[in-house]
Write a protein that binds this ligand. Sequence first.
Ligand SMILES: Nc1nc2c(ncn2[C@@H]2O[C@H](COP(=O)(O)OP(=O)(O)OP(=O)(O)O)[C@@H](O)[C@H]2O)c(=O)[nH]1
Ligand SMILES: [Mg+2]
Length: 316
Amino acid sequence: MPQHKSLNLYGTGGCGSNLVKAHQSTTDDTGGPKVAYLDTSLSNLRPENIDHAYLIDGLDGSGMKRDLNAESMRKHVTPALSQFVPGDFNVVIFSASGGSGSVFGPLLMNELIGREKPVIAAVIGDTDSAKAIENTLGTLRTLSKISATRQTGIVMLYAEMAPGANRREVDDKIQDGIRAIRQLTSGLNAELDSQDLIHWLHYERVTDHPPGLAILNIINTNDKLEELHGALAVASLYTSPDEPAGVVHTSYRTKGYTGQAGMGPLHFVLTQDGLTAVVEGLERKLAEHKTHNATLAKGHVRLHNEMSLSDDVLEF
Ligand SMILES: Nc1nc2c(ncn2[C@@H]2O[C@H](COP(=O)(O)OP(=O)(O)OP(=O)(O)O)[C@@H](O)[C@H]2O)c(=O)[nH]1
Ligand SMILES: [Mg+2]
């Protein structure tokens, strides 16, 4: 008989906290997820969030500098998890481009993985500036380093902010993803148990694929599933076993049945190709920003090194 499983949402940093807030008061037939906010600053929280918040005393943000408060955040992972104990399944949500969530989030992931707690990262990258891209690449590298050190697959739902992008569209992708993960991990799907999901998440334990950082693609039609290449592992939800399953080439596949009429298929597909496209896109946009920055620096260089002017008004 299906048994309800708990889901914890940990929002780290400003963006992670913003995205988790929407779930603080939601209740569904499984009791709704538990939420926690972990940050170095109060600036993204409202009074009603404080009971769910873990804040590091004495800090007030990291100002996009990932190494500024890293050691302090490292020390606070264990106390934060004592206050907000992990659920049966966990999602850690953070921007990759800021200075706090992009460090607190991976540290939390590392600890949850070490404790054998099932966890997915929901990450928001940003290409708004060279610093934002460098941080985004650095955060992805951190996650991939955790995967290599722990020899475990890490699954990441990823969305990206671009200059002029509609923040709501990016938020919607993450929120839709969280709701779908809630459905997948609720414990209420017939024929799908925790171990099926643990082996989907840790595809390296049941397939020949080496562990790495994998992108989670959530797809709601069989046609889109069939178009997708390079699937490492697939978990699918259907209303009932009578529905067409959709064809996909993959090494591991697990299926569950919601029993809820009208709900089309939902496929949770892990790929590494998706990550390659993300990293290449970030590197290309970083090169564009750097070309522009080099042009800006030229004026300064000309004033100081190349012009034969001397400032005879003020000397320093
Ligand atoms: N999509 C989306 N992006 C957000 C949101 N809040 C912040 N961001 C983006 O996330 C990036 C980093 O911001 P934060 O998450 O606030 O940074 P932080 O982790 O708090 O780190 P510091 O403020 O540097 O200490 C920025 O580029 C924002 O544009 C949000 O609610 N939705
Ligand atoms: Mg902040």
